[in-house]
Ligand binder design. Sequence first.
Ligand SMILES: *Cc1c(COP(=O)(O)O)cnc(C)c1O
Length: 421
Amino acid sequence: MSRSAVWHPFTQHATEPVPPRIARTEGAYLETADGKRILDAISSWWVITHGHRHPRIVEAISEATATLDQVIFAGLSHEPAERLASALVEMAPAGLDWVFYSDSGSTSVEVALKMALGFHRNIGAPRSRIVVTEHSYHGDTIGTMSVGARGVFNAAYEPLLFEVDTIPFPSTGREQEMLDRFEALSRSGEAAALIVEPLVLGAGGMLMYPPSVLTELKRIAEASGTLLIADEVMTGWGRTGTMFACEQAGISPDILCTSKGLTGGSVPLAATLATDAVFRAHYSEDRAKTFFHSSSYTANPIACAAALANVGIWREEPVIERIAALSRMQADKISRFRDDPRFENVRSTGTIAALDLRVGRAGYLAEVGPRLRAFFLERGLLLRPLGNVIYVLPPYCVTSDELDRLYDAVDEAADIVRAVR
Ligand SMILES: *Cc1c(COP(=O)(O)O)cnc(C)c1O
């Protein structure tokens, strides 16, 4: 094999092994060139929903390429984008009437932040502060890093990150503290928006909180004119048990970001949905109030066609029932670790299950992740623990037997890690 020129994401090339090359994907599996099958238990970084290469999505992509490729989306439109926008408005929480396309989760969040700032400025009452949750993650661009948790991942870029107001994560017993802090910040009249990951904070360690907290946050935001941005990039498309996580709190945010599962995970696409009020603030004879944002591949027709096929799957296949069954399996199977002294914080929300490996010395933490990853990969399992947090976030086509195999490996892994401590 020739030397690779590829610089991989979140990869320390000095210490990590050469990554296996994947030649084929299907259902819940990745397959290497030499035929080794790997169970994709993290849905290829949370994007794959139904399974790899769902036939309907593959076919839609192929069909779309017969007539369209990229078309500039300023001044022109096309059928796949129009039809998808109508479908998204129909499927999203009520009141989100406008769809702005982009091409990644990070970009959809950047768009949301710009919409929020633009909204307040255009209505003649500028606000400039963004309120964020402790441990949150919203992407890796400068803007999204600014509204995310600070740490080793962004220390080098800290000088460029803008200041935000952070409210505590609502861990059990601290819910009121979070709400009080948000209420105080809202009262200042400077908070343009609160950005939240509804129900599950992903990259922050699969931290979970109850829908009632989200309901309260919405109430406080509404009362103070602070916009609520729901970053559903990870939680959308059924991951938490409902189409969007916001549904469980019975709320509609002012702005909603969706990306990862939008095309079933097949090709990149993102959308930022907004209320009519947010749109209206930018609707003016005054051209200076235009929403100034675009990326080259905005509303790529092939990606829109893939997303439409995904919408078709949601409408015509029993996806919600499949997710409900998977959610029950996840809750049931992870419960075997509930009284296991090697683990703590055993939890699940919808199709996502997670638990924390008790590690003796925190300084050792950095070593645990890569070691576990290698251990799982040797067994044909793709798991990518976040520090000492092991989580299982599988495509919806995963079977009960496959989950058993996974959790057996988790069980075994805990002893291996303990042995090298
Ligand atoms: C993954 C993720 C993002 C960033 O999406 P990219 O497509 O990787 O840019 C933003 N927000 C949340 C909650 C995510 O999980």
